[in-house]
Ligand binder design. Structure first.
Ligand SMILES: [Ca+2]
Length: 258
């Protein structure tokens, strides 16, 4: 297709604490499909980047100039993942509204100290959930149970600098706080928050859905050059007392930043 931009309006939304920006570009004359992956620093298009939407089971690549087509239907919150050599794995949650406009996504070069510990989509819970939940629609995958654990070695970690666990994207959390922010539509039930453990110690509770949530890991818990373990445990419906109803959630993209 022709890539001719006549007059453009652009709007920038800061989406996450990682500072990812989307620019929705709207042509006044033509509605052009100009989804693009760019380098956050230079603004140059990034060719041959892998774009994945796990829920839609959709995968594509950017062309030489970083453009790509999103030839799939987006219903409800959906995670889009971008992978490219030498760049930080990037994920972001979009919905039909965001997908109806061309997306321009800036990704950043990875630092030598970043460690990608998991890039897959994971579903925690028990596969029973309501349409009113913050996932608003079907989850892609079967639940792998109420918790997720990953072991990894932390080499060359500098413990005099802060170490963070970054969760690229997470959705489906039905806490009271998520409800008060309008992330789900339950009139009178809510769940306890998912909990994050590092080497067996609880380091965080995740109250809301969103992208790029950064959790500081206490340096005293980190085992340098040895196996370390991250566990994410989903919450449970606090209004259901006759049986355990785990909160069904999905997350993707775990990175250790130092
Ligand atoms: Ca459930």
């Amino acid at each position: 297709m022709k890539k001719i931009f006549i007059t453009m309006l652009s709007l920038t939304i800061t989406l996450s604490s990682l500072g990812a920006t989307i620019e929705g570009k709207v042509s006044e004359r033509n509605s052009l499909n100009s989804n693009r992956i760019i380098d956050k620093e230079t603004g140059n298009g990034i060719g041959n980047a892998k774009i994945t939407l796990p829920k839609q089971n959709y995968q594509t690549k950017t062309d030489r100039e970083g453009f790509f087509e999103l030839d799939t239907s987006i219903t409800g919150p959906s995670i889009i993942s971008v992978q490219k050599d030498k760049y930080k794995p990037f994920t972001m949650t979009i919905d039909e509204k965001a997908a109806s406009k061309p997306l321009v996504v800036g990704i950043e070069k990875s630092n030598a100290t970043d460690i990608s510990i998991d890039i897959n989509m994971h579903h925690l819970g028990d596969n029973t959930y309501s349409e009113l939940s913050a996932n608003a629609g079907k989850f892609l995958s079967e639940s792998s149970g109420p918790f997720f654990t990953k072991n990894f070695v932390l080499r060359n970690i500098n413990l005099s600098k802060p170490v963070y666990l970054v969760i690229g994207s997470i959705m489906g959390i039905d806490t009271l706080m998520a409800r008060s922010m309008g992330q789900n539509k339950f009139p009178n039930s809510y769940a306890s928050p998912p909990e994050v453990y590092f080497n067996g110690n609880k380091i965080a509770e995740i109250q809301i859905n969103g992208d790029g949530q950064k959790i500081k890991i206490p340096p005293s818990l980190i085992k340098k050059n040895q196996q370390n373990e991250v566990t994410i445990k989903t919450g449970r419906n606090l209004m259901q007392t006759s049986y355990v109803d785990y909160d069904d959630i999905e997350f993707m993209n775990l990175i250790i930043e130092n």
